[in-house]
Design a protein around this ligand. Structure first.
Ligand SMILES: C[S@@+](CC[C@H](N)C(=O)[O-])C[C@H]1O[C@@H](n2cnc3c(N)ncnc32)[C@H](O)[C@@H]1O
Length: 247
């Protein structure tokens, strides 16, 4: 299913910047995540997996897998799945591989690669997920088309990420937390104030939930939609590769 591990350079300066930033915070990424979300990210990931509902025994690709949180959740939900995580940051993948013997309740493999040019054949996967990463890619529309390419017809993609809350009060409260607390606490626990300042700022120019749904549609996903979580500060977007399309 997966072609041999490739190390493609990320397109553009943003890719290089993002990869180097995650390399710096990789050793403390999991600890910082748990502290910054007070462990609630576990519930959001479970919801995303419930929306994916992959077929038993199927193949699932987790894009930008980082240290493997979504991969291990998928396998805890259904150990018959064959889950591949792909990420372009070697130290994040090292973290995932180190966790796998304890946490992978089934078949997990990790591949180094750039989601801008996925190292997989057309129509390889029964489902795909992405957690907290779409804001970081160089070209969202291109990545969405790449995901469609590697999905089998009828397979679903679910993207879980922070989003812009529609309610002004919720948004203001979240902004205080996201732009104020995250850089401070992330700097202490995660070890890089610069990285945890970049991460919230990456939401500023990101499309809101409705716009992102429209981008899913434009890329060619059928039944595109989204579910708001935590008052819309988190969103799970989904879409299906239309039946009858191969690549
Ligand atoms: C915020 S972390 C999310 C990790 C994991 N999905 C999670 O939910 O914890 C973002 C990840 O995206 C990866 N990433 C960003 N751009 C990428 C790209 N173009 N190709 C592959 N991985 C990428 C980074 O290396 C990093 O591991």
């Amino acid at each position: 299913m997966a072609s041999p591990t490739t190390t493609r350079p990320a397109a553009g300066d943003k890719g290089t910047f993002v990869r180097e930033m995650f390399a710096r915070i990789a050793p403390r990424y999991d600890a910082a995540n748990r502290v910054l979300t007070a462990g609630m990210d576990e519930r959001w990931r479970k919801r995303a997996i419930a929306l994916l509902a992959p077929p038993s025994g199927g193949t699932v690709l987790d894009l930008c897998c980082g240290t493997g949180d979504v991969v291990f959740h998928l396998l805890r939900t259904d150990p018959t799945l064959h889950v591949t995580g792909v990420d372009f940051c070697a130290p994040m993948l090292d973290g995932a591989r180190a966790r796998a013997p304890k946490e992978a309740r089934g078949e997990a493999s990790f591949v180094e690669g750039d989601v801008m040019a996925l190292p997989f054949a057309d129509a390889s996967f029964d489902g795909a997920t992405m957690g907290f990463s779409l804001r970081n890619v160089v070209d969202i529309d291109h990545v969405l088309r790449e995901i469609l390419r590697v999905l089998k017809p009828g397979a679903r993609f679910v993207n879980l990420d922070v989003s812009k809350a529609p309610n002004k009060l919720w948004k203001r409260m979240f902004d205080l937390y996201f732009y104020g607390v995250v850089p401070l606490v992330g700097g202490i626990v995660g070890g890089s104030k610069q990285a945890y300042t970049y991460l919230p700022n990456s939401l500023t120019n990101h499309p809101n939930a409705d716009e992102l749904r429209a981008r899913f549609e434009r890329a060619g996903f059928a039944n595109a939609g989204f579910e708001r979580i935590m008052g819309g500060t988190i969103a799970a977007h989904y879409g299906t590769k239309p039946a009858g399309t191969q690549s």
